[in-house]
Each structure stands twice: as C-alpha cells, then as structure tokens.
Design a protein. Structure first.
Length: 205
C-alpha cells in the first residue's frame, strides 16, 4: 500500500500558507487537545520501543540519548483536526519516522503499525503512511521544545493524516501483519485518516 501523496505547493489561502483540505476551516491558534490529565514524563525513564513483527524478532529501545543521535529534519506543515479545523504553517522538528523504521525494520508482510502513547492512547495506521519525508517523531514546534500539553517529549506528526493519527507522548511503535484498531478506531474513526480524501469515519470504507 502506498501513502497518499502530499498536495503540491499552492497559492496562499486567507488563513495560512496552503489551500486547506476539503471540509476544513482555518484557525489561527494551535490549541492542544487531550483527554484527562497531561502526562508528566521523566526523560530518564522515557523511551520509544519498536516491536511487534520486526525483521529480527527483537525489540529496539530508543531512549532519549539514542534519539538525540539520530538525524533530524524540520518540516513546515499544517495540522488538520478531524473536527474540521486546521492550523497552517507550523514548523516541526524531529527524527524522520523513516529513520526509526530503518533502525528496526518490519518483517516481510507486516504492513500495519499500532502507535501507543501514555495513558493508553493509541492509533493505527498503515506502515506506508509513516514512510514519507514529512512524517516525524517530533520533539520541537516552531523552534521550541514541545510543552507537556503539546506532547513532550515526543509526538507523531504525519501532516497528510488527521491529527488523531499522531499520538502525543508516544511510547511504542509495533508492527503487525493485519490492521489494528487504536483508541479512535475503536470509536468509529477511519483506519487511514487521509485529509485530502476526507477519511474521517470508518463507515466511509
């Protein structure tokens, strides 16, 4: 399965730097949204684990020090909420998810990923959606370290998917051979979530 391509550069819209996807409206302010308390994670104990159906059958553990040794990328990208609001022109910096996949590749046929985060949050995506240049394990927003409300120390950013596909406070990436359902998918949201196709709800398939 191939990821949906990001749209080409387009003329500015009244509220930002790109034409918005269908059904979205612009908002000037990024308002962090979450359920319950904001996790207060400790970098000495935080790590991203990559497991499930890995090629070598093992689990790769990336603690904060290991994460700092990986290449980083900065992308300017919009954030689209499934609730039909978009924030344009955000500048994200972090480790490309393609680098994480290269460190711990999946075994053949494992084309699905479950992304898990603090407090039991999770999201399911096809593996191909992570392996695009703009997809990041982001640690900074607009040149500043993420705040706890924004997902510190790291969050998933995939600009071509709705925001519910990008967990804040991410802790694990697990490969699977069959589609999974994370928290939002269990509540009827779309298994892919591509913004330009308006893939909001599972009943659309």
């Amino acid at each position: 399965m191939t990821p949906a391509p990001l749209p080409p550069d387009q003329p500015p819209d009244p509220g930002g730097d790109r034409v918005l996807p269908p059904g979205q409206r612009h908002t000037d302010k990024l308002v962090p949204m979450h359920y319950g308390r904001v996790p207060r994670l400790d970098l000495q104990h935080w790590a991203l684990t990559v497991g499930g159906a890995t090629r070598d059958g093992g689990v790769q553990v990336l603690d904060w020090a290991a994460l700092q040794r990986l290449p980083t990328r900065t992308v300017r990208a919009d954030l689209h909420c499934v609730a039909k609001v978009s924030v344009s022109g955000l500048v994200w910096t972090g480790v490309p998810l393609s680098e994480v996949i290269a460190l711990a590749p999946p075994e053949p046929g494992a084309e699905h990923v479950l992304l898990s985060a603090a407090y039991g949050y999770s999201a399911a995506v096809p593996l191909a959606e992570l392996d695009v240049p703009e997809a990041l394990l982001a640690t900074h927003l607009d040149g500043q370290a993420l705040t706890p409300e924004q997902g510190w120390p790291a969050r998933i950013v995939m600009p071509h998917l709705y925001g519910f596909k990008g967990p804040k406070w991410v802790l694990a990436l697990d490969y699977h051979h069959h589609p999974q359902r994370g928290m939002w998918e269990e509540h009827g949201y779309h298994p892919r979530g591509r913004v330009w196709e308006q893939e909001r709800y599972a009943h659309q398939d």
